[in-house]
Design a protein around this ligand. Structure first.
Ligand SMILES: [Fe+2]
Length: 380
């Protein structure tokens, strides 16, 4: 039956403010939130590069603003705990997350841990569950992107023991997402490429997903169409505000799509690549996309043709080829060999690449043989 004729549910409560210059709305957004004491969670490099901390201080002159600048990429539990302690010490009543996915995810973990009490670790290991809604939050991404500004989960890492953790709950949706494309303008082309391809992965994973519904589908297809068009332009002309704006909007659409479906096989397979080979998230989460488009066509060719069309192709095979060309055009790798992942690495990815809450959503059943098939397609 046509899924559009059945009852489906899509829910996303995040209030979205979008557009160049919209950072100026920050005071209005905080005026809608209770409390005066705001903790800003961010990474030092971003603040330095953008020279933006003073601007935020000026905009929020009537709040008590405490600034935590210690977030690094692939944020670790110990760092998130430090940020929680900092927020508690400053009596945080609201949180401002500012930066890429790592800063926003850390900010979301802080907002959840402060209201739920205790430490970060037992929440991540599910020893304790989230019962209270998070502190009110404003999330301002500086990459396009993570989608974290419109999702209800956050990812943290324990790199020394090669583990990844997620914290998730309906109370973790940000209150406000503030998307100002001006903030993405200084993002260097390589990071624009990795974060942009991650957004493409979010959109495609939302579409070849067992949780997909007609509303997430519409967001996903539109995001795929827009990202495949504009991302090479952003990489070629990083300072072009129109391209940056189109890309940030496309990443937002991808975020909305997977906020209701979660990710699937590409993300599941990416985690061992990041943990054991240090592959940047967006490279790891997008390298398998061409192979997965063909793999998933065995389960539902008509759906994969829709994705291929959004990529500008007429068939699954031409869609997969276009994806490979897109990866190359934006400067990313298309084979595991280029990432230094050899036979032993492939075996490792097969062994550790099945996260039930990701791979279990994939349209086509994914077992060890399936994961090997996908990885073999991009071996070299
Ligand atoms: Fe991702």
């Amino acid at each position: 039956m046509n899924p559009e004729l059945s009852i489906t549910r899509f829910w996303n409560p995040v209030r979205i403010t979008f557009g160049p210059g919209s950072l100026a709305s920050l005071p209005d957004l905080f005026r809608e939130l209770p409390g005066r004491r705001v903790t800003l969670i961010t990474g030092q490099a971003i603040m330095r590069e953008l020279g933006i901390l003073d601007r935020i201080r000026t905009l929020l002159y009537d709040r008590d603003l405490a600034v935590y600048e210690g977030v690094e990429s692939n944020p670790q539990i110990i760092q998130a705990q430090e940020a929680v302690d900092f927020a508690r010490k400053n009596g945080a009543e609201a949180i401002l997350g500012f930066g890429g996915g790592s800063a926003l995810d850390t900010a979301k973990v802080v907002a959840a841990t402060v209201t739920n009490g205790g430490e970060v670790l037992p929440l991540l290991t599910k020893e304790r569950s989230l019962t209270a809604p998070s502190l009110p939050t404003v999330m301002a991404p500086t990459t396009a992107g993570t989608g974290s500004e419109v999702t209800r989960w956050a990812t943290l890492w324990e790199l020394e023991v090669k583990k990844k953790h997620s914290l998730e709950g309906p109370g973790m949706y940000p209150t406000h997402a503030l998307l100002d494309p001006e903030l993405t303008r200084t993002l260097p082309p390589y990071f624009a490429a990795t974060t942009g391809m991650d957004a493409l992965s979010h959109a495609m994973e939302a579409y070849w997903n067992r949780n997909a519904n007609p509303v997430s589908d519409a967001h996903a297809l539109e995001a795929v169409r827009r990202i495949s068009e504009v991302l090479p332009l952003v990489v070629r002309e990083p300072d072009n505000l129109e391209y940056r704006t189109r890309m940030l909007l496309a990443a937002l659409l991808a975020g909305l799509a997977f906020s209701n479906t979660k990710t699937a096989a590409a993300h599941s397979l990416s985690y061992p690549m990041t943990l054991h080979y240090g592959v940047v998230h967006g490279q790891a989460s997008s390298i398998t996309l061409p192979a997965l488009l063909e793999f998933n066509a065995e389960a539902d060719r008509a759906r994969m043709i829709q994705l291929a069309k959004a990529l500008g192709g007429a068939s699954v095979e031409s869609g997969a080829r276009r994806l490979q060309v897109l990866l190359q055009r934006v400067g990313l790798k298309t084979t595991l060999a280029e990432l230094g992942i050899d036979e032993a690495g492939i075996a490792l990815c097969v062994r550790e690449g099945y996260t039930p809450d990701r791979a279990g959503h994939n349209l086509r059943d994914l077992d060890a043989a399936g994961m090997r098939e996908v990885l073999e397609r991009i071996r070299k």
